[in-house]
Every structure is written in structure tokens, then in C-alpha cells.
Design a protein. Structure first.
Ligand code: PLP
Length: 423
């Protein structure tokens, strides 16, 4: 492997990046990441160099089942053929333009995303935190220019245990020390209430409240599912008080919970705005958006907001392909059926350490009690060639690609059972 930067550049140019990368062992990859990268993640000790569907392989050729699916971003499976083909064909045309010009690809993406979400207009971004930031900006500007809230007094209500991303504004209204501490001072204008608590929502609303921003299911928070009917009631309370309802569907969206979006489990809970991303990028590229009702989206005027890469032709064709495949291949039904199959299997296990199985579609959480050391469980899963990590609340996450087969679901269940038995 190249040891000086000069040699690295020459090596790459003469042989190609992939040829140089192919020579790295797991040990090399770990050392490079730990030496030259900040330590803001604690990866599992595997170096994945290839993927295909839910299967991935390490540089040493060991095969694992990927139960994380990039935190739901890989819904189509690794290297999904139609998405890869779409990328290859776009490489003969144009990839990145910025929004300084019109683009047919971006135009069609905007229509596709409005059709898919049943909303009116979209603002394309790249990352999921940006999609949420965009919703926050839209809600505030709507508050000042439409609802007539006094300038700089807008309030947004959020929930404890939320996860909306890592920007300074967003971590400012996190209830998790790990995400927040030492990154202040935090911006004002957010109120935190308990998740799933309708009375707390009513009590928190003031004349200056512009929006309620919330995940329909708290995925990072431990796969926490609110009571049935809560989303509908939230919609009603928001309507009564002229407060915008913003669902962060970044992780729950795109068929993950057995519907195109989790709010669609309660059709009356249709939002004014949603933040979406992750699986929209087809497991290949970052593509996100804020999508909403025309009355809200139209508050943006030229210059109000933007992103250099947000709305680029390459990301657009990938997202169109990703959504088309989900619709035509029935990903919602698939996710509902396969998720039930996995959750039923988990529920049939006979281990006293299992506290609860929480699932909606292929968003499946296995919560263990205090008798199990989480690191030991992670290693038991690794020994069974399963890759997953715990979210908060000692809950192990199972969010594999929705393209997973029934046999692979059963295999996953068998391996989790063996891992639990080995503890
Ligand atoms: C992942 C996630 C985000 C933030 O995503 P980034 O890619 O880190 O910007 C926001 N909201 C939810 C619900 C998420 O799951």
C-alpha cells in the first residue's frame, strides 16, 4: 500500500482507485480510519468491501447479512440492478449542474416525489438533517408571513427522544446528552414534550406556535411506536390551533413500515410538510427533500434557501428509479409481510432476556433487559454473521433491505436465535 502521498496519487492515477483499495486488509482500513478520521463513530470490527442485496462481504471474504441497511437507506438492497443501471446510463449525460439552470431530470424528480408523497411541492436537498432544517425554515417563514406571528417569536414543538439530525440547530432541541452536550449555545424557539402525549401537545401550543415536528415512529429513539389514533389526534389538534404538522419520515418513509409513509397508517394524519431522504437515494446517493402543501411551500422566494448539490440530475434519476421500483414491486406489502414474519419469529423465542419486540413493517426492534450486556449481544450476532447495532433503550435494530427474501428473513431469525442461545 502507498505510504507517501506522492506515491498514492501516482498509484491511483496509474492503476485506478479500486485497484489500490483492493489491496487493503481489514487491519489497514481500521488503521487508516482511526488515524486520519475523527472518532465520531464506533464501527463494528468488519471491513465491508462488497455488497449484493442483503449480503455483504469483508476484505477477508467473510459473508454477513446486513440487518442495518444503512439505517433504512438501503431499501432496495446493495447494488440493486435497476438503480445501478440508471446511474450508469446517466453518466453519459450530465450529473451535477446546481440549480442555476433548469434540468429535465430534476423536473421529473419533483413531480415523482409529489406523486409518491401525495403532496404538492418539494424542495430538494441532500442529507436528511438538511431536509429537516428546510422544514423548520418553511414553517417559520409561513408563521411570520401567513399566520402573522411576531418576528423572531416562532415556536416549534418537538418530542423527547427525537432524532432529526446533527446540525447545531437540530441538536439544540435533542433530549439526548450525547448528541447535544458541548455543542451549545443552542438556538431558542423549540419546546420539548413527551412522545405520544396528546395532552402535553395541547398544553405546549401558544399563539406563536408554528409547527409540531415529530417522527411517526421514533426509530433512533428505540423503535418507539405511539398509541393507535395518536397521529390522527395530533392532526386535529394542529388544525384547531393553526399549527403546521411536520412528520419526519426520513427513516419511516419509503415503505419501511408497510405503507409508503408511516402517516398513511392513519390517512387522516396527512401532514403539511414532511422531511424525507434515506431510501429515496436508492442505497446509492444522498437525496433528500422537504415536501409539503402548496400554501406552505410557496413562502420560499428566490434566494430564501438553497443547496449546491440539492436537486442534481444524477440524484434525481436515482430517486425516480428508486420510487418507481418501490411502487411497481409492491415494497409496502413486502415490508408489511416480511416485517411481520420476522417479528413473529422473534416473539416466538423463549429467552427470558427479551423484554419486548416492537415492529411495524421491516422496522423491527428487539429490546433486551439489563441481564444482557449489549456489547456481548453485538458480538454474538457478529459470530452468527449478522451485522446490526443497538439503538437507544437496549433495542437491537433490524431494518434490512426490503428486497430481502423470505428465506433470508428466516435465516436471520435462526441466526438471532442462535446468538441469543450463545449468551
Ligand atoms: C437518519 C435520520 C435523520 C438525519 O439523517 P442524516 O443523514 O444524518 O442527515 C433525521 N431524521 C430521522 C428520523 C432519521 O432517521
Amino acid at each position: 500500500m502507498a505510504t507517501t502521498s506522492k506515491t498514492l496519487w501516482e498509484d491511483v492515477l496509474s492503476r485506478g482507485v479500486q485497484e489500490v483499495v483492493a489491496e487493503l486488509s481489514t487491519e489497514d482500513a481500521v488503521r487508516l480510519s482511526e488515524t486520519y478520521g475523527t472518532h465520531n463513530y464506533k464501527p463494528l470490527p468488519v471491513n465491508v468491501v462488497r455488497g449484493d442485496g442483503v449480503r455483504v462481504w469483508t476484505s477477508e471474504g467473510e459473508e454477513y447479512l446486513d440487518c442495518i441497511g444503512a439505517y433504512s437507506a438501503v431499501a432496495h438492497g446493495h447494488l440493486s440492478p435497476f438503480i445501478m443501471d440508471t446511474i450508469r446510463r446517466q453518466l453519459d449525460r450530465v450529473t451535477v449542474l446546481s440549480r442555476a439552470f433548469y434540468s429535465s431530470e430534476v423536473g421529473l424528480f419533483l413531480k415523482a416525489v409529489c406523486d409518491f408523497t401525495e403532496l404538492d411541492m418539494a424542495c430538494p436537498m441532500n442529507t436528511e438533517a438538511e431536509a429537516n432544517e428546510t422544514c423548520i425554515k418553511l414553517a417559520r417563514k409561513w408563521g411570520y408571513t401567513v399566520k402573522n406571528v411576531p418576528l423572531d417569536q416562532a415556536e416549534i414543538i418537538v418530542c423527547s427522544d427525537n432524532f432529526h439530525g446533527r446540525t447545531t440547530t437540530i441538536v439544540g432541541f435533542s433530549s439526548e446528552d450525547k448528541y447535544k452536550k458541548h455543542f451549545g449555545p443552542y438556538g431558542p424557539g423549540f419546546k420539548i414534550i413527551p412522545f405520544g402525549d396528546l395532552e402535553a401537545l395541547k398544553a405546549a401550543i401558544t399563539p406563536n406556535t408554528v409547527a409540531f415536528l415529530c417522527e411517526p415512529i421514533q426509530a433512533e429513539g428505540g423503535i418507539l411506536i405511539p398509541p393507535d389514533g395518536w397521529m390522527t389526534e395530533v392532526r386535529r389538534v394542529c388544525d384547531e390551533n393553526r399549527v403546521l404538522l411536520i412528520w419526519d419520515e426520513v427513516q419511516t418513509g419509503f415503505c419501511r413500515t408497510g405503507r409508503r409513509f408511516a402517516w398513511m397508517h392513519e390517512p387522516a394524519a396527512k401532514p403539511d410538510l414532511i422531511a424525507i431522504g434515506k431510501a429515496m437515494g436508492g442505497g446509492a446517493l444522498p437525496v433528500s427533500a422537504a415536501v409539503g402543501r402548496r400554501e406552505v411551500m410557496e413562502v420560499f422566494q428566490p434566494g430564501d434557501h438553497g443547496s449546491t448539490f440539492g436537486g442534481n440530475p444524477l440524484g434525481s434519476v436515482v430517486a425516480i428509479a428508486a420510487m418507481a421500483e418501490m411502487e411497481v414491486k409492491g415494497y409496502s406489502e413486502r415490508s408489511a409481510q416480511l416485517g411481520d414474519r420476522l417479528a413473529d419469529r422473534f416473539r416466538a423465542f423463549n429467552f427470558s432476556c427479551i423484554k419486548e419486540v416492537r415492529a411495524r413493517g421491516l422496522l423491527v426492534g428487539l429490546e433486551l433487559d439489563e441481564t444482557v450486556d449489549s456489547a456481548a449481544m453485538t458480538h454474538a450476532l457478529l459470530a452468527q454473521r449478522l451485522l446490526t447495532k443497538e439503538t437507544r433503550k437496549r433495542t437491537f435494530r433490524f431494518t434490512p433491505a426490503i428486497s430481502i427474501t423470505e428465506d433470508q428473513i428466516d435465516e436471520m431469525g435462526d441466526r438471532v436465535e442462535r446468538a441469543l442461545a450463545s449468551l
